[in-house]
Design a protein around this ligand. Structure first.
Ligand code: 15L
Length: 267
């Protein structure tokens, strides 16, 4: 196995729970961290409870790990305050710990919502300016920029994965275009961890779906090739021809339903 000990943050979240049983292939020990109680450690696991906004506990969480898969933090559009704590302050705490402890590489679960204001007729690549679709997308842009700074300034390597829709089965047109299978995610994590040099890389976490909006030309060095495609679900979707209203923001912009969710500024 390539690593002695890797850390997965957000181990109690949507993706963390699904990844948990897959990571032992990469590492002798998988340290699982979450803000919530995720129960006892299984064989080859360690469990740590950690609030990303708490500097000391982030430092303890990171001690002794070879690499980090950062899936922790707020994963959707909510009020700014919790996003600020977990996704802004939390990222500062994480990278300070990574730098101080000499950890070489982080894989950051970024999001397609960094680019959510691009239109659904546009082809987006990693060299294009971020156009986040809310506080959540903005917080992922912060994570991407912060990790670039830690690469430029201190040589900490990060792969930022702009994850699409990573749930078992797509049921809408947008989910068909943005779907990422769990197997493809695991392979992308694998490539992100074992590629000898990644510097600061931004890649799109998406399967080989028809009509995808994202062009991964700037992440070729990861040698990731998705094996799955949402085409296998196409027969379950309506045939089309039923057009959305012309002023529907959720079909105009790549961010989809997030356009109807925020920004939530407390009144
Ligand atoms: C995300 O960033 C969310 O974390 C996830 O729950 C999905 O909603 C996904 O984006 C998406 O765009 O479908």
């Amino acid at each position: 196995k390539p690593f002695k000990r890797i850390l997965l943050t957000g181990a109690g979240g949507n993706l963390g729970r699904r990844l948990r049983e897959r990571l032992n292939a990469f590492s002798d020990i998988v340290r699982l961290a979450d803000v919530a109680d995720i129960g006892p450690a299984g064989p080859g696991e360690e469990v740590v409870q950690c609030d990303l906004a708490d500097r000391e506990s982030v430092m303890r969480m990171c001690e002794g790990v070879d690499a980090i898969l950062h899936f922790g933090g707020v994963s959707t559009e909510v009020e700014f305050a919790p996003i600020m704590q977990a996704n802004l302050l939390g990222l500062v705490n994480l990278y300070e710990a990574v730098h101080k402890l000499g950890i070489r590489r982080v894989v950051f679960a970024s999001s397609n919502h960094t680019m959510g204001m691009y239109e659904t007729t546009e082809l987006v690549d990693a060299s294009m300016p971020p156009r986040p679709d809310g506080y959540y997308g903005l917080s992922k842009v912060w994570g991407e920029s912060l990790s670039r700074f830690y690469w430029d300034r201190f040589g900490v390597e990060t792969v930022c994965i702009r994850i699409g829709y990573c749930f078992p089965e797509p049921t809408t047109h947008r989910q068909m275009v943005t779907w990422l299978s769990l197997d493809d995610l695991v392979e992308l994590l694998h490539r992100s961890l074992v590629t000898p040099r990644v510097g600061h890389t931004v890649t799109f976490g998406v399967s080989d779906n028809p009509g995808r909006w994202w062009d991964d030309r700037h992440a070729r060095h990861l040698c990731f090739r998705p094996k799955d495609s949402s085409a296998q679900f196409a027969h379950k979707l309506p045939a089309g021809g039923d057009y959305p209203p012309a002023d529907d923001l959720t079909t105009l912009h790549q961010g989809g339903p997030f356009l109807n969710m925020g920004p939530k500024y407390p009144s």
